[in-house]
Design a protein around this ligand. Sequence first.
Ligand code: SAM
Ligand code: SF4
Length: 465
Amino acid sequence: MKPPRKLHIKSYGCQMNVYDAQRMADTLAADGFVETASADDADLVILNTCHIREKASEKVYSELGRLRLAKTEAFRAGRDMRIAVAGCVAQAEGEEIIRRAPVVDVVVGPQSYHHLPELLARAKREGRAIETEFPAEDKFASLPQPKPDTIRTRGVSAYITVQEGCDKFCTFCVVPYTRGAEVSRPVAKIVDDAKRLADNGVRELTLIGQNVNAYHGDGPDGRGWTLGKLLLQLAEIPGIARLRYSTSHPRDVESSLIEAHRDLPALMPLVHLPAQSGSDRILAAMNRRHTVRDYLSVIDRFRKARHNIAFSSDFIVGFPGEREEDFSATLALVSQIGYASAYSFKYSPRPGTPAAEMQETVSAIDMDERLERLQALIDSQQSAFNKAAIGTTVDVLFERAGRNEGQMVGRTAYLQPAHVIAPTDIVGRILPVKVASLERYSLLGELAAASPPGPAASFQISIGA
Ligand code: SAM
Ligand code: SF4
């Protein structure tokens, strides 16, 4: 029997890349590859890349410089190391990657991961293999499912891609070009995946998609199902105690999603709803298709449905044409909402997007200064939100052992990391934790009471954001 070949995948960027990396590992496991933690001793290294901002995509080339040396070392030691570039940089740059970094053997776009074994064989025969087409067949139907052991080692919280691609065409964003048009997976396939995960110890599912609440997959009744309806179905699966979804577009929040938040205790009360800007003028230039008022009214609908709901968001500062008064409007929106957390980015022009052609750019100094002010405001909100948990009892889903002896780590309903001293067999259980203090963004506390094993205890937290 041939010894297994070693595979190392390094993922950058979003949750979908984490999910895709697992699907690539599952595909290659069927071909005799086992995962290794180090690139240096791998037979195949895959860089699963992100193209969303310039900094993210440039990281690939510095990593390829390092891998060139590792490949030379491997060659000297009589080993054949192969290097593949996957993800959105692969899709956007294709052949250009091999021109800039001849060390690369395979370039594969996100729609072709099920072709990886054959691309590796082609690279061996022909020296190189590139596939960045959007193939006609459904990659999800061709990607193998993880084995039970693999699911168990990946932990109690798992992602499922339910929707991929985007038709929104925000003027700053590369996603519609790198991930293609919006496609939703059928309900039955998602339910099958969820059941397999639950049967092997997964307690929390996060449904992911670039525009996840545009989900409209075929239901078993032959109709298009909404995300809200899908969530209701998944909540029925024994063992699934927590449901989340990401990332939503404010324009696609329809009533069944709001009702799901009202009716499903398993649907966690944290909604990631990117706003991008608090200025209607900038939102229009971004082609976001919603105004500040629309955004606020969506927030209001969520809050009316679930009193303890909290929000996170994404913001871009320094979009072309953004003046001080536009930026002040962003600060005002953030102040009005009070986020549990939020990401903020400096605008980065992406080749091929309409905004990259816009002339009225914002200076680097102004961008830095605005980012700093926005991040200070967001940080203060996040701290206030976390501080409000001190002294309360919150339900925590325990995921793994912590770094310190005897310490176990889990997450609250709001994704705050929580640390307690407890036995290791609490992994996979949702237990009440009395929060005593904060260490940076983590809650420290102790188990509040012994709870019987099994599905989630009901969760309760009062928030003060
Ligand atoms: N689909 C989501 C949405 O509608 O907001 C998010 C997609 S994107 C992967 C994640 C975040 O990256 C965006 O919400 C946006 O804030 C940021 N982003 C996207 N393109 C960017 C660019 N060109 N420059 C800076 N930030 C960008
Ligand atoms: Fe990009 Fe999100 Fe806009 Fe789609 S909705 S174009 S993924 S920012």
